[in-house]
Design a protein around this ligand. Structure first.
Ligand SMILES: Nc1ncnc2c1ncn2[C@@H]1O[C@H](COP(=O)(O)OP(=O)(O)OP(=O)(O)O)[C@@H](O)[C@H]1O
Ligand SMILES: [Mg+2]
Length: 278
């Protein structure tokens, strides 16, 4: 399962810094991911997870730091450049066009052509192959994306990623809008991807998913790297402690035997409902 000891990272970032309006939100972060690995990225709201993903995906430039991909330093100025190289992100906000078909969305802007015209048939056939390959042939290449469920639309995003021959796929909160059954399907898809050597970066507030899926876990706190570990070396309590800098009891007093009303001296932050779940 863990490919980390035998392979070189497919993607590595080092010393990534990023500021918005003079406020630094990433303070020199190092992070890497290996082929065939699911690498979880966790941290509280505002820890910098999405910003790091966007830098990797070429959506935003880093102010400082190095991104190495397949052994070479890269500077992707646009998401399309990163995608063409094989780094694809499935964001919380989908980028699909609801009025177009699945196949049209997958090949948007790079449609196969024949005698100058878009080759709809080739597009449908290729899309069907990709869907089949992922074990999701219940989705029709000619279905209108707007008629699909959120989970199906997400699968279309993943299919699109595969059509770019992705080697790194990042997923930012992929299960936020999915039912339990759909989450299972996503797990199966992720396992299929990793069995082919695709690296998956998985951002989630659902810690159970992180523990179920990930080979390694990187923790960010307030824009700084806390740690990267094999999942086996971490417990949920330890993960939470590192994420928030406090014990799990201060977040889930009822769950661990305490009573909220008895908690004293806790900060307002600790009293807030956590956005992540165990
Ligand atoms: N475009 C932007 N302009 C200004 N500030 C930003 C921008 N994007 C992110 N930030 C700030 O950078 C910090 C990190 O945000 P980011 O979205 O990366 O956190 P996150 O870990 O993904 O949080 P969440 O779990 O809520 O998704 C936050 O303080 C956020 O307000
Ligand atoms: Mg985010």
């Amino acid at each position: 399962m863990t490919a980390t000891t035998t392979t070189q990272p497919v993607l590595a970032v080092a010393g990534i810094r990023k500021s918005f309006f003079g406020v630094e939100v990433l303070h020199g972060v190092d992070f890497d991911v290996h082929p065939g690995e699911v690498h979880g990225l966790v941290g509280e709201n505002g820890a910098g997870k999405s910003t790091l993903m966007k830098i990797i995906a070429g959506v935003q430039p880093a102010d400082e730091g190095v991104i190495s991909y397949r052994g070479e330093e890269v500077h992707h100025a646009h998401p399309r450049q990163a995608m063409d190289a094989g780094i694809v992100t499935v964001f919380q906000e989908f980028t699909l066009l609801p009025e177009r078909t699945v196949a049209q969305n997958v090949y948007l802007g790079r449609e196969p052509r024949r005698r100058g015209f878009v080759d709809q048939r080739a597009m449908n056939t290729r899309t069907a192959e990709l869907l089949d390959d992922l074990g999701v042939s219940f989705i029709e290449p000619q279905a209108r994306v707007g008629s699909l469920t959120v989970a199906e639309q997400q699968i279309v995003e993943i299919v699109k990623a595969l059509s770019f021959d992705a080697r790194v796929i990042s997923m930012d909160e992929p299960t936020a809008a999915l039912s339990d059954r759909e989450v299972e399907l996503l797990y199966a898809i992720i396992r299929r991807l990793t069995s082919r050597g695709v690296a998956v970066i998985y951002v989630s507030h659902r810690l159970k998913e992180i523990f179920d899926l990930c080979d390694r876990i990187t923790i960010l706190k307030d824009g700084a790297l806390v740690s990267t570990d094999d999942t086996r070396a971490l417990t949920t309590d330890e993960l939470v402690r590192r994420m928030v800098g406090r014990s799990i009891q201060s977040y889930f007093p009822d769950a661990v035997g305490g009573r909220r009303s008895e908690r004293r001296g806790s900060s307002s932050k600790a009293a807030a409902t956590p956005t992540w779940t165990t």
